[in-house]
Write a protein that binds this ligand. Structure first.
Ligand code: CA
Length: 232
C-alpha cells in the first residue's frame, strides 16, 4: 500500500503544490486547509504522516501537534514561516519529527517526507512491500526493488515510476497522458508514443510472454492498467 500523507495547510497554492509532488512520488494524499477538519480526518482515516502548517486560521499547528502526540505516534513534518532557533526547538519539542522553513523547495519536502516515513517504518518494523498476483510481483517502494516471479528486475527511473503508478491503483486504467504526467521530470519527451516504448521495454523485463502481457495490460483506446490484483 502506498503511504497516506495528510497535508494540513491553509494556503491553497502551497497545499496543491505539496499534493502534486507527493502524488508524483507515489504517495496517497489527503488535504485540508482547516486544523479542525485535519483532526477529524485523523480520527476517521488511516494516515501515515502529517505535513502540518504551524500557522493555521482556526487552531494553531502547535495545538494540533500536541493533540496528535497525546494519542498517537504518527510522524509530523512541520511547515513554519518562523525560522529562529527557538521556534525550531519549540516545534521539535511539540513532537514534530522534522520541520521545513517556508519558502521551501517541494523536492526537499518530498525527500524529508520519504526520510521520516522510512524512519517511522523502521521503528515499527513495517516494510513498504506490496505483493500482487499471489506473489507474482512484489514491489518495495522504499528500497526501489521490484521482484517478478522471484527474480529481481532492474528498472530505469521512468519504468520505476510507471510501475509505481500502475501498482498504486491495480485495475485502474491510466491514460498515456496521465502516465506522462507521472514521469515528467525524468528523461521524458512528453509524447504519448514514448509511453508505449517504455511499456514495451518494461514488458520485455517482467512479462513471461511480452506479446501476451498479463501484468501491464493494454486497454484499447484508453491506456494501460495493472492486470493482477493486490494480495491481501
Ligand atoms: Ca498558514
Amino acid at each position: 500500500m502506498p503511504a497516506t500523507v495528510l497535508v494540513v495547510e491553509d494556503e491553497l497554492k502551497i497545499r496543491d503544490l505539496i499534493r502534486r509532488y507527493l502524488e508524483h512520488d507515489g504517495l496517497a494524499v489527503l488535504t485540508t486547509g482547516s486544523g479542525t477538519e485535519g483532526l477529524t480526518m485523523l480520527a476517521t482515516q488511516s494516515v501515515d504522516l502529517i505535513v502540518l502548517d504551524l500557522n493555521l486560521p482556526d487552531i494553531s499547528g502547535e495545538t494540533i501537534a500536541a493533540e496528535v502526540r497525546s494519542r498517537s505516534v504518527i510522524p509530523i513534518l512541520m511547515l513554519t514561516a518562523k525560522s529562529t532557533e527557538a521556534d525550531r526547538i519549540r516545534g521539535l519539542e511539540l513532537g514534530a519529527d522534522d520541520y521545513l522553513t517556508k519558502p521551501f523547495s517541494p523536492r526537499e519536502l518530498v525527500l524529508r517526507v520519504q526520510a521520516v516515513l522510512r524512519r517511522s517504518r523502521a521503528s515499527t518494523g513495517e516494510t513498504a512491500t506490496s505483493s500482487f498476483g499471489e506473489g507474482t510481483l512484489v514491489i518495495d517502494e522504499d528500497r526501489h526493488d521490484l521482484v517478478v516471479r522471484g527474480q529481481g528486475i532492474e528498472l530505469t527511473p521512468t519504468e520505476w515510476v510507471l510501475m509505481l503508478a500502475l501498482t498504486g491503483a491495480p485495475g485502474r486504467v491510466f491514460s498515456r497522458a496521465e502516465l506522462i504526467n507521472r514521469v515528467r521530470g525524468y528523461e521524458f519527451d512528453g509524447y504519448e508514443r514514448t509511453v508505449d516504448s517504455h511499456v514495451k521495454n518494461l514488458r520485455r523485463k517482467i512479462e513471461s510472454d511480452p506479446h501476451e502481457p498479463t501484468i501491464v495490460e493494454t486497454v484499447l483506446g484508453a491506456g494501460y492498467r495493472l492486470g493482477i490484483r493486490r494480495d491481501r
